[in-house]
Design a protein around this ligand. Structure first.
Ligand code: NAP
Length: 293
């Protein structure tokens, strides 16, 4: 069994990005600028935004965080988005999810200028992805595709089973894996909570991508010998073994599944780190106007 080392791959890509930033600075071009809107005090969101800020620093990007209380009105949040849309010093920005219940996620996403939508969630970017046109790919699926490519994992003609159909992970990764592109060309089955005989389907998977948000859901009896396993899930559980008092686990029962598979991405140290790096890559593309003029 081989570990898909998200940390190592993410570090390699960060080094490549940092080299590009250095070239921009040497040519008197300002470095890429990624901004984040953070609403409320959700601890997981604060952690994600802080690690995105740290990663920006590592590669030489400028980063800024716009914090608003959970009581902000939808109208004011839309004004905040509009402010970032118009700020020429900002190349791309994200609105960290989840948002408070009184705010429409769809309205907020649709209010982001697609040119600055480095999360790739705007319907224009989603539609362009579907049409195989240049677009900002959603960060997690983009990160997964690069993991597979950089580990030289064969995808062509393979049966890829995706667990979960969210707009940010399951649905886009199922599209990307089935594309008639190099490092894709899989035959994809997309499963969700209404799928019958799930185990029968997962047992056929050459590549199994788990994004269902249920801790340790994928057990070894659901996995074919020699399969490639990508674990997208992130769950914080209480632990007496760590200083912090908690540890992260995924959607896959790593301990047992790893004995059966050929490759597996661990949690932590897998997809999560690739997601952040993919966001940096989208921001670099935004700064260079590679997708839109
Ligand atoms: P989500 O929006 O909660 O969607 C979960 C999906 O799983 C839904 O499509 C649901 O089906 C399906 N599902 C739930 N129970 C199922 C079951 N028993 N059998 C088959 N399918 C089932 O999930 P998400 O936002 O994609 O996130 C999934 C996990 O990935 C979470 O743990 C999240 O924290 C993590 N995540 C990690 C990253 C990263 O960077 N590593 C990024 C994003 C998310 P229905 O559609 O029928 O409800």
């Amino acid at each position: 069994m081989n570990i898909i080392d998200g940390k190592l791959i993410a570090e390699q890509i960060k080094t490549e990005i940092a080299t590009e930033v250095r070239k921009m600075i040497d040519s008197d071009i300002r470095p890429p600028h990624l901004a984040a809107i953070l609403v409320g005090e959700d601890p997981a969101s604060q952690t994600y935004v802080a690690s995105k800020e740290r990663s920006c620093k590592e590669v030489g990007f400028t980063s800024s965080i716009y914090r608003y209380p959970a009581t902000i009105s939808e109208k004011d949040l839309l004004l905040a988005v509009d402010f970032l849309n118009k700020d020429e010093e900002i190349d791309g920005f994200i609105v960290q999810m989840p948002l408070p219940n009184h705010i429409s996620v769809e309205k907020v996403i649709e209010s982001i200028d697609p040119k600055k939508d480095v999360d790739g969630f705007h319907p224009i970017n989603a539609g362009r992805m579907l049409a195989n046109l240049p677009s900002y790919l959603p960060a997690t699926p983009y990160g997964i595709m690069q993991m597979l490519e950089r580990c030289n994992i064969e995808t062509e003609g393979k049966h890829c089973v995706v667990l979960g159909r969210s707009n940010i992970v399951g649905t886009p990764i199922s599209i990307l894996m089935s594309r008639n592109n190099k490092h894709a060309n899989s035959t994809v089955t997309l499963c969700h909570s209404k799928t019958k005989d799930l185990e029968k389907i997962t047992l056929q998977a050459d590549i199994l991508i788990a994004a269902i948000g249920k801790p340790l859901f994928v057990t070894s009896n659901m996995v074919k010998e020699g399969a490639v396993i990508i674990d997208v899930g992130i769950h914080r559980v209480i632990s007496s073994e760590t200083k912090s008092g908690f540890r992260l686990i995924g959607d896959v029962d790593f301990l047992n599944v790893s004995k059966k598979c050929s490759y597996i991405s661990p949690v932590p140290g897998g997809v999560g780190l690739m997601t952040i790096v993919a966001l940096l890559q989208n921001t670099l593309k935004a700064a260079r106007k590679e997708i839109y003029q």
